[in-house]
Every structure is written in C-alpha cells, then in structure tokens.
Design a protein around this ligand. Structure first.
Ligand code: AMP
Ligand code: MG
Length: 407
C-alpha cells in the first residue's frame, strides 16, 4: 500500500538516525555535520584594539594640539600608557594603550611634525574594538548538527581549533537495473539505452557530501540483482532505480526481500514516483527509485536528500521552501500530490514546458520543484507557490541592478 508523502517522511524520520562521529582536522571538515557543541575558550578579540589606523587620545583633548612620538603596531605587546596632552599613533588591530578613551582616524587630524591637531569633537570609545565584542569566552559558537562552511572554518581557526568532531561521511552505493541498460562509455545497439540514472545519483550524492561507489548494472534477474546487492551492502545507503513497479521483470523488491529487507514503505502517493520503496537491510538503508529518470530525480530530491541529511546527523534535515509566484498559469490533473519542476530567476517560478516522468532533457533546467495538493487543478499566473530549491544560488545571464533602494 502506498503511503502519503507526510507518512513517508514520518517513517523515515523515525527509522533513520545519524551515523557515528570521528575527529578530523578542520581543513577536512568542510560540508560535514558537527558532532559536538563548541564553546569559545577566550574572548574574540582577545584585547581592546584599534579599528582604524589613527591616534589613541583622551576625549578632553578634543580640538587641541597634542604631541605624538610613539607608534603602536598590530602585533606589539600592550605596555604603553596614554597621558593627557598626548596622542599615540596606532595601527588597525594594535592593542589600545592604557588610558586611551578613543581612536581618531589619521584622516581626521592635522599633522605638523610631532604636533597633532585633533578634531573639535572626539566621541568616547570611538573606533575601539572591545575584548569579547565579537565572541565572548564561554559562548557556544558552533552546535551539534550544524554544517561546516568556509565561514565556520574562519570561526574555528580564530579560536585556534585544529581538529573537530564530525559525523563520518555517508557511504552511498548505486546500481541500475534493467537488461536494456549499458554504461555511457560503451557502444550500444539501437534497441539499448544508456544508464543515465547511475551517474546522476552518484554525482548528486557527492554534491550532498557523500562518498560514492558505483556497483554497476544489474540484469533483470533475481540472481543478478542479489549479487549487486551483496556487493553494495557495506554502504550506509544503497540507491537503485528501475524494476520496482509491476512489470513482468520487475524483480528489485523480490531480490531485496530475499536478502531480508525490512520495508519502511512500498509506494508513495506522489506523481511521479509512486513505486518508490524504502527500507533497510541490516544497518544499510535501501532506496529503490523508479527507473524513469525524471521520476527518479524528483524522488531523490525529496526522499534521498532527506535520508542523507538524517544519516549525516544534520539538525536541519527537513525541506524548507522559498515562497514565490508562479510566472505562467499551469493546469494540473487533480486527485494526487503532484510535483512540478521549474526554473527560478530570483523573482518567480516558471514550470518547465516539458516534464514527463521518462524524460532526461528537462533535468538540468530545474532550479526547484513545487508539490501541489490533490485539490489543485489550476495554478493561475501570480499564485504564490512554495518552491523547494534544487540548485541554490541565484545568478543571471544579464548584468542586473543589484542595489537595494531606500524605502
Ligand atoms: P522500470 O522501472 O525498470 O520499468 O523502468 C522504467 C523506465 O525507465 C524504462 O523505460 C527504463 O528503460 C528506464 N530506465 C530504467 N533504469 C534506467 C536508468 N538507470 N537510466 C535511464 N533509464 C532507465
Ligand atoms: Mg526495468
């Protein structure tokens, strides 16, 4: 019995948990999920320092001429004390001297030998960066379940962290099923077909941060399927496509059943992708996607992406969406939850003109997808839709005005 989309996610959420953790150098942690909380060991910045190249001054000296004979550079140890009637020349990042009440930028003073004329007003604390204003000692700056980005690395490095605990990479194994399929690097006969799903699955898993392994192609026999499955079973996740529907040679489910697959569900009430079957053999999660490339891709984006994020220990595994407007009216056969692929230009969602389940050519154009409820038969141009991004990053072929105007 097919389950609803909501029920499918419920079951996956319940059954799939995070893999184990390992310690890696921070340089190798990019894209991984953090497996511990990280707390600041010291203030950032560590000491009060100058935000400008300028002069450390007393506020009461504003408008006066003061003498200056000392310079403090970034990297110098703080041992100076500022006296009234004095300005100490100071560079960005250098520790502010004791007694300093403000920094006046170089551009705002007049220099005459060792005499410095200060501006008429000097605001207390101007251009001083205070110890801990960026990050306070003891504050948690990185949490279990967050994904490491280049910017996380900046923060870790600023705390002198060399190694962190992350969830190990998800190992994904892929094989295609079908007597008609051949790999893309072989010559084929006119009645045969290149396996386009396997390279897509492998590449997408890589993009999602997994280690991938291509098992090969299985013929449409139980023995051939079982030998592929056995070869793949040391993976955390096996993704197959094809042979999962009601055709005479659709043996995928039978082969997995013979190897004791526990089925979480067999079939989802979604169009396209109804045959999608998910379960586990031991600790290995099994996803049997339909053979039709577009149907496989849509179900991959919805369910496999979720599974990978769960296995990877992400604290944010659930789909989010962008609310946008549909840019052309679109009719839909009602009665089922239906997915629509579309392009997104930053201001609206345009359903792809052609998107049948068996197609390959629409796939690269899809920036996101929407899922319409069974009651929907028409989406009028301008209707607000919830788009689940596939590619993220909004770029344009034309140079655009990228500036925000005053309101
Ligand atoms: P099946 O689910 O096995 O009945 O396959 C449905 C359709 O998808 C058939 O037209 C298959 O030839 C095609 N198909 C199955 N697997 C793949 C694959 N790996 N790459 C491209 N097309 C496939
Ligand atoms: Mg087949």
């Amino acid at each position: 019995m097919a389950v609803s989309i909501i029920e499918a996610f419920e079951r996956l959420d319940h059954r799939i948990s995070s893999l184990s953790a390992e310690i890696v150098p921070i340089e190798e942690s990019l894209g991984r999920t953090v497996a511990s909380d990280y707390t600041a060991l010291f203030d950032l910045p560590r000491f009060d320092n100058s935000a400008m190249d300028g002069y450390a001054v007393k506020c009461n000296d504003q408008g006066d001429c003061v003498s200056s004979s000392t310079v403090i550079y970034a990297g110098d140890k703080a041992h100076h004390t500022l006296q009234k009637g004095e300005a100490i020349r100071i560079m960005t990042g250098a520790p502010v001297p004791k007694g300093c009440e403000a920094i006046v930028p170089i551009e705002e003073v007049e220099i005459d030998g060792t005499q410095i004329k200060l501006p008429r007003t000097v605001r207390p604390l101007a251009h001083i960066r205070h110890a801990g204003e960026d990050l306070k000692q003891g504050k948690t700056y990185l949490r279990n379940g967050e994904t490491v980005t280049a910017y996380t690395l900046a923060l870790l490095a600023s705390q002198g962290v060399t190694h962190i605990a992350v969830i190990r990479k998800v190992r994904v194994a892929v094989f295609g099923t079908g007597d008609e399929l051949r790999p893309h690097f072989e010559r084929i006969e006119s009645h045969q077909l290149y396996n386009s799903n396997a390279p897509m699955f492998l590449a997408r898993a890589k993009e999602l941060g997994c280690d991938v392994h291509y098992i090969g192609g299985s013929g449409d026999t139980i023995d051939s399927l079982k030998s592929c499955i056995r070869e793949a079973l040391d993976a955390d996740l096996i993704i197959t496509s094809g042979g999962v529907s009601v055709g005479d040679k659709d043996f995928t489910k039978e082969a997995f059943a013979q190897l004791d697959m526990e089925t979480f569900f067999s079939g989802i009430a979604i169009k396209p992708g109804k045959p999608t079957t998910i379960g586990a053999v031991g600790k290995t999660v099994i996803v049997n996607l339909p053979g039709n490339p577009l149907a496989a891709m849509v179900n991959y984006e919805l369910f496999v992406k979720f599974i990978i994020r769960k296995l990877a220990g992400s604290s944010a595994p659930y789909h989010g969406f962008v609310e946008t407007r549909i840019q052309a009216s679109h009719t839909i056969r009602p009665g089922r939850f239906t997915t629509l692929l579309g392009s997104y230009n930053g201001s609206g969602f345009l359903p792809l003109a052609q998107q049948s389940p068996g197609m390959v050519s629409p796939l690269p154009q899809a920036d996101g997808l929407i899922i319409t409820m069974p009651e929907v038969s028409l989406l009028q141009e301008g209707t607000i839709v919830k788009m689940l991004p596939i590619k993220w990053g909004v770029f344009s072929c034309e140079k655009k005005d990228i500036f925000t105007a005053p309101s």
